[in-house]
Each structure stands twice: as C-alpha cells, then as structure tokens.
Design a protein around this ligand. Structure first.
Ligand code: SAH
Length: 394
C-alpha cells in the first residue's frame, strides 16, 4: 500500500536536512484525507523532495522519521535496525556471561523513534511511545526473536503507561512471544530480580549501570545512604564495594521489598544492610548529621514537562540542600536528575545553589551521564536525559 503524503511548508525541511527526526505540526502545509494516527507517511518538502518516511501522530510532534530519504519503510526495517543496535551493544562489550542486561534500542538514539527495548537474559521488554510503534509491535517481536545471536525467547510488551493517552489504543501488557521463564538478570556479575510485569518502566533502571560501578569504587569503609533506591541497584554495588553499612530508602513498600530481595540474592544474611520504606525528604530531615559519608540521590524526574521546570528545579535544590546539610565532612554525594527538560547546566546550577545555601565547601569529582547503550543521536540532542554529579563535600 502506498503511504499517504505529508507536504511541508516552505523552508520547514531544514531540520530534516540536518537529520533531526521530528516534524512539528506547525511545519506541515496540509494533512492528507483520512490520515489515521500511527500510519506510516511519506514526508515531502514544499518543493516535492522526499525527506523520508515516518509515523504520524496527533500532537505537537506530528511525524517521527524512521527512514530518511525513503518513501516507504523497507520490509525488513525493524530487523535491520535491531541488527545494527545489537552490533553496537556487542562493540560496547555489554554481552558477557556476567552481564545479560542492557538496553538494546533507545528510541531516536538507535534511529527507531518511539521504541524502547531492554534485555534481561532471554527476555526483551518492549515499550512503545508512539501509536506507529504500537501497530508494529508484532513485527518488532518477531524481529527480536529472530535476531541472530541474541537468544531472545520471550518478548513482553509493556506500553499501558507509555502511549499517548488520547490515542485511545488501550494497549494490554502481555507476552507477544514466549512467556515467563524466570526473571533474574545479571549486571556486572551481580544478580537482580527484575519485575517487568509490576515494576516501573521496563522493571529496572539499566541506565545507572556505570554510575553504580563508580559508586562501588567509592564505597569501601563508608556508611552509605541510597535514597530513592527502587530495586536497590546502588545498594547492591555499595555492598560489593565493601561499605561499612548501607541504608536504602524508598517511599514505595514494593520497592523496599524488591531491594531486600536483591540484597538477599547477592549478600544473604549480611547485617550491613537496612531498608526503610519512607519519604526521602522526611528521612533526610529526621536523620542525624554526620551519619553518612556516601549519599546517593536518584529521584524520579521532578520536571516531567517544560511547564514543570521551575518547580522541578526547586525540588532538586531542596533535596540537595538537605543532603549537604547532613552529610559528614569528607563525604561523597552522588546526585542525579533524569528529567529530560532539565539541562546539565540547569541541574548544576540547582546543586550549586544547594551547596551555597548549606554553606558547605563542595568540589565536583565526576560529571555523569547515561551509558553508551542509551546513545544520543547527534542530530537529536533531546535524547540526552540523565545527568549526575559526584561531589566531595567538606
Ligand atoms: N535509583 C534507582 C531508581 C530510582 S526510581 C535505581 O538505581 O534503580 C525513583 C524511585 O523513587 C521510585 O522507586 C519511587 O518509588 C521513589 N520515590 C518517589 N518519590 C519518593 C519520595 N518522596 N521518597 C522516597 N522515594 C520516592
């Protein structure tokens, strides 16, 4: 079937020429008759040149280009993109007997806007962020199980909360291939129970893998506090790094029990670890000063949208101020923001304000970001979302 054609207004092809994959609704001259959300369309410049084909969606981002320069998607499009994504992960050295958990597809960063795939052993967890990807889910699942060398047997589709609500697609979370056959994944030799069915996102925050390794490096002999612990990733690494004690905090009782299970899996019966199911701000306010000399702050995105930016930045400032006020002298603070709309400059300014407010002398030891299996297409700077600072606090 021929794709419908979307023609751009004059001059609006410029960002596509630079390979930025989004077409904003304001750039479109007119929409073809009967165009349905999620359809694959061909985008032409005002002069009639083929810009590429992509998925149409109602909203400010109207088309996400999947293939530049082509009128229709090649039949093996997903298989090809998956092969190239898998090659990159091999190059990154992420596929090893002691590591079977990584992000295989990071949306625009792997040239498949709208698609996220995380791998946990022989299970792939797929999230669609656009109706076009939702409609292609069976094709994507088939391409995953047929991906040479990847050994993927199960594909779990989890898009109930990621698809635009107004699209009324009512996706169901379900297995598109295989089924449940265990949920323990290995990251850098540590084991984790991954709850993709009930957990947040795809079940685990794969994006903190390298930052957890760095934390392990600093953990020896320190009293560690892991705030917003979720599955306890940072805590397990801190234990391996030789921490004196590790306290994990999350307001969700479910997260607290996941953390307990993951500590038990790796360090059964180890008395160094405690979990607290409580609010992080309250915990920081109530705790004694100088109790901890290594603190991790990895909160959920405080600014999910541009209009929440101001409050989000205030949230980061408040949280970091509390940590600066309480951390022991000579302590190390790992502090993060995963809000896409908060740039690293904004985040650094918020943390600086917190340092100034608390009167502590603070130096930046490391500036952290997302790992290489969450690549950023250089034409699409919006793909950068995770930022972190490791600080030495006197
Ligand atoms: N650091 C984690 C990921 C954190 S996700 C990792 O490496 O995997 C954010 C977590 O913050 C969620 O588990 C959520 O339950 C928790 N959370 C949200 N608001 C909170 C609050 N006010 N106090 C404590 N935890 C909170």
């Amino acid at each position: 079937m021929e794709n419908k054609i979307i023609r751009l207004k004059k001059g609006k092809e410029e960002s596509l020429m630079r390979r930025h994959p989004w077409v904003f609704s304001g750039a479109i001259a007119s929409l073809p008759e009967g165009l349905e959300e999620g359809e694959t369309v061909c985008v032409l410049s005002a002069a009639g040149d083929v810009m590429g084909c992509g998925h149409y969606q109602i909203g400010s981002i109207a088309v996400r280009i999947l293939d530049f320069g082509s009128e229709t998607l090649p039949a093996d499009f997903y298989a090809r993109r998956l092969r190239s994504a898998f090659e990159l992960r091999k190059t990154l050295g992420l596929i090893r007997p002691d590591n079977d958990c990584f992000r295989l597809v990071h949306g625009e960063g792997d040239f498949v806007p709208g698609l996220i795939v995380d791998i946990y052993g022989d299970t792939a967890v797929v999230q669609a962020h656009s109706p076009g990807i939702h409609f292609a889910r069976q094709q994507i699942a088939a391409a995953l199980t047929e991906l040479p060398g990847a050994g993927i047997r199960n594909v779990y589709y989890k898009s109930e909360t990621t698809l635009p609500y107004k699209a009324r697609l009512d996706p169901e979370n379900e297995y598109l291939a295989g089924g449940f056959d265990g949920n323990i994944a290995t990251e850098n030799g540590l084991q984790f129970n991954i709850d993709w069915m009930r957990g947040q996102k795809t079940g685990f925050f794969v994006d903190q893998r390298e930052n957890r390794m760095l934390l392990q490096h600093y953990a020896k002999g320190r009293k560690v506090l892991n705030m917003f612990c979720y599955t306890g990733g940072f805590s397990v690494y801190a234990m391996r790094g030789g921490a004196l004690s590790v306290d994990s905090v999350d307001s969700s009782a479910k997260a607290a029990s996941l953390t307990d299970a993951n500590i038990e899996l790796n360090f059964p019966g180890d008395p160094r670890h405690r979990t607290f199911a409580t609010d992080a701000f309250k915990f920081l306010a109530d705790m004694e000063s100088d109790e901890y000399d290594l603190i991790v702050l990895d909160p959920p995105a405080f600014a999910k949208h541009r209009n929440a930016l101001k409050n989000g930045l205030l949230g980061y400032r408040k949280l970091n101020t509390r940590a600066f006020q309480k951390i022991k002298s000579g302590g190390i603070l790992f502090t993060f923001s995963c809000s896409q709309v908060v740039t690293k400059e904004m985040f650094r300014l918020a943390v600086f304000s917190a340092a100034a407010q608390s009167g502590r002398k603070v130096r930046i030891l490391h500036q952290l970001t997302q790992p290489a299996d969450h690549p950023i297409d250089i034409s699409h700077p919006e793909g950068e979302y995770l930022k972190g600072l490791v600080l030495y606090v006197e």
